[in-house]
Design a binder for this molecule. Structure first.
Ligand code: PBG
Length: 328
């Protein structure tokens, strides 16, 4: 029998397999999330996210310095706000005493070469736990934009490099762009959560920040998991409004969306490998059902293969360590 094509020839040795490998991940393409709390000397593990902590600023800076020495220097910061500071309009988000703004400044001062990406959304500061202003069961879109604009300018003043609007209000990218430009921050970029789906995989994150909605759900602003073309509609408006990056979130159950955005835009595509996706692997590894390192590598590779240029992941430090020990 004559077999002309033998694809196995290109799998014969480790060297050949590496030579033909199509997708690679460098730590510079990863973004490491931080959950921050007010106070000092705090490093508190999040029960539903083993290996992930809530840090006070001083402890976060130690962790960030360790990340930087591994070549991991892009950080996205999320605040856990005390209940006493929450209100219906998220006013604490732009109050000069808000520790989150101080944390942004502290990161930039301690690690000037790192990239600080912020979260622009009301939910950590909202007494209703929603990303927009909530009144009588309705999210007020346009009124929310004014809050987001103030929040973004306060974060830019604190020294943030990139804004990450995660709220899914209509028109927010354009509104934030204009607010930043008017306030003298034309160089501050916007990494838009373009296609953010209403997902159960955010559960552990909401535990971490204690930010779950107090009433209702997020279905009137986050996207329905059944919709694919709608992501392109969101992408069109984000591009038009001046986004610098387009994000898909979550990542794993949405690889088709990552691929679609990649095919339809030349902007960098970001995928958010979210909390529940992380915790699923941790939980099954704890039970001995999957190998944690192998699962991490397979998942991150699949997200890159689908088209993500950049990945936000709770595995970032673990991957950077793996890269240093085995690839570099
Ligand atoms: C909210 C926000 C969420 C995440 C990032 N920003 C949760 C939500 O929309 O309820 C989730 C990230 C994760 O699960 O890792 N603005």
């Amino acid at each position: 029998m004559q077999i002309t094509h033998r694809p196995r020839r290109n799998r014969r040795s480790e060297a050949v397999r590496q030579m033909v490998q199509e997708t690679r991940i460098h730590p510079s393409q990863l973004i490491n999330p931080f959950f921050l709390v007010d106070g000092q000397g705090i490093k508190q593990e999040i029960p539903s996210m083993p290996g992930v902590y809530r840090f006070s600023i001083d402890e976060a800076l130690k962790e960030a310095a360790a990340c930087e020495s591994l070549g991991l220097r892009n950080f996205i910061l999320f605040p856990a706000i005390a209940e006493a500071h929450k209100d219906a309009y998220a006013t604490w988000s732009y109050h000069p005493d808000c520790f989150y703004l101080k944390a942004i400044a502290a990161f930039k001062e301690a690690l000037p070469d790192c990239t600080v990406i912020t979260d622009v959304a009301m939910d950590p500061y909202s007494s209703d736990g929603h990303d927009g202003i909530y009144r009588d069961g309705i999210i007020l879109n346009d009124e929310t934009l004014a809050v987001l604009g103030k929040m973004a300018v306060a974060q830019a003043e604190a020294g943030a490099d990139i804004m990450g609007p995660s709220d899914m209000m209509d028109g927010r990218v354009g509104y934030i762009r204009e607010a930043l430009d008017k306030a003298g921050f034309p160089h501050v970029a916007i990494m838009s959560y373009t296609a953010k789906y209403a997902s159960c995989f955010y559960g552990p994150f909401r535990d971490a920040l204690d930010s779950a909605p107090k009433h209702g759900n997020k279905l009137t602003y986050q996207m329905h998991p059944a919709n694919r073309r709608e992501a392109l509609t969101e992408a069109e408006s984000d591009i038009y409004e001046g986004a610098d990056y387009l994000m898909v979130k979550p990542a794993l159950a949405y690889l088709d969306i990552i691929s679609d955005l990649k095919a339809n835009s030349n902007l960098p595509i970001v995928a958010y490998n979210v909390s529940g996706e992380y915790s699923m692997i941790k939980a099954s590894a704890e039970k001995g059902w999957v190998n944690e390192e192998a699962a991490m590598l397979e998942v991150l590779t699949a997200i890159r293969r689908a088209g993500a240029d950049i990945i936000i992941t709770y595995f970032a430090r673990k991957y950077a360590e793996f890269f240093k020990n085995t690839i570099q």
